[in-house]
Design a protein around this ligand. Structure first.
Ligand SMILES: *Cc1c(COP(=O)(O)O)cnc(C)c1O
Length: 365
């Protein structure tokens, strides 16, 4: 049995009528940017995320950039970022003119280690950006305590963890202003690029609404130097349909992870995901670690099993960041995770037979 890394078919096929109806509604409304669909989706997503405000934007990177901009983070400021995140987290910091200060993750959970943050703080530190990597909530208790103690902003990168929680509180509701992504492959995905910001602060939300729309509150009057980063009506209409299914899809992802756990237990040299006390995991990705990663991935290709690597090169070793002068070995935990991680197929609608086929292919390695 072939198993692709990702298939949208089981999510999208049953929703075809509803999604086409939503698209048709926008088509026939003759209103395509910042209208009722965006407003309704923002309201629904804020309710889902248990925050008072959601601001829809063009993509996840913009959500993080606008959050930092609204908080006034800029040149001369330092922002704590994980050494092992997707590069977007770092790019947001760089795009507002601030400096990313990498902190190593806990090697077991791959999430930012609160103990490492304290050691990286300087008089210039303005904010911490926890990334709930692969769908597991960071240890937000200690991170928020540290932020309060040192008077720092928190901007959660919640692109991979919609619906995850720490000590019962949802990710995307802890920080001052948080960003998430609705890139198609994310747990809640649009049919193209989309993103959103979440906050409990009405003033920050209002500033973000202005900033995403050319810095303009009243048409053709510009208060600040803004961006064009708006969530499309079409994407908002699609997301409204899909948001209603997200809790069910999350349960399916967790079931698939449980199947993997049972089927993969005891395979030599394979380290499975570990969920930290207090955290929940919504399994945007199911990531295993092995020192034989490249050979295993090649073997799985030959068996018809799709896998990906998230991520093969940590941001500090990307050519884009060579000016920061981080040598090989600067962040050994991130580098080791990058050399050993492998993401197995994970998508709502995957059946136990798919998991068994993946496991059998791994066992035959
Ligand atoms: C996907 C992702 C982003 C960026 O989202 P886009 O919508 O692609 O801009 C940011 N951070 C993380 C951790 C992501 O996985």
């Amino acid at each position: 049995m072939k198993v692709p890394f990702l298939s949208f078919q089981p999510q999208h096929s049953p929703l075809r009528t509803d999604i086409m109806e939503a698209i048709g509604r926008v088509y026939d409304s003759y209103w395509y940017v910042l209208g009722d669909e965006v407003k309704q989706f923002e309201r629904s997503y804020a309710a889902f995320n248990q925050v008072s405000h959601c601001v829809g934007v063009a993509n996840g990177l913009d959500a993080l950039v606008l959050a930092l901009r609204v908080l006034g983070v800029g040149p001369g400021d330092e922002v704590i970022v994980p050494s092992n995140t997707y590069i977007a987290t770092w790019l947001a910091v760089t795009q507002v003119g601030a400096t990313p200060v990498p902190v190593e993750p806990n090697p077991v959970t791959s999430n930012l280690d609160p103990a490492g943050i304290a050691a990286a703080l300087t008089t210039r530190t303005r904010a911490i950006m926890p990334v709930h990597l692969y769908g597991q909530a960071c240890e937000m208790g200690p991170i928020m305590a540290l932020a309060r103690q040192h008077n720092l902003y928190v901007v959660e990168d919640n692109a991979q963890a919609q619906g995850a929680s720490f000590d019962g509180q949802l990710t995307g509701s802890f920080g001052d202003f948080n960003g998430t992504s609705f890139y198609p492959g994310k747990n809640l995905g649009a049919l193209g690029d989309a993103g959103a910001m979440t906050t409990n602060n009405a003033d920050l939300a209002q500033q973000a609404q202005v900033l995403r729309n050319y810095g303009s509150e009243k048409k053709y009057y510009n208060e600040v130097v803004g961006y064009n980063s708006r969530l499309d009506e079409l994407q908002a209409a699609v997301l409204r349909v899909k948001l209603a299914e997200l809790p069910r899809w999350t349960v399916q992802r967790q079931q698939i992870a449980a199947w993997y756990g049972q089927h993969l237990a005891g395979i030599a040299d394979l380290r499975l995901p570990v969920v930290a006390p207090g955290a929940t995991h919504v399994y945007h990705l199911y990531v295993v670690h092995t020192p034989h990663r490249d050979a295993l991935q090649q073997h799985l290709v030959e068996q018809g099993i799709g896998t990906l690597i998230h991520y093969p090169v940590p941001p500090h070793r990307q050519r884009a960041y060579q000016a920061l002068n981080f040598p090989v070995g600067a962040f050994p935990i991130a580098e080791n995770l990058a050399a050993t991680c492998l993401s197995l197929p994970m998508w709502p609608g995957m059946e136990e037979a798919h998991v068994a086929a993946v496991t059998a292919a791994i066992a035959s390695f």
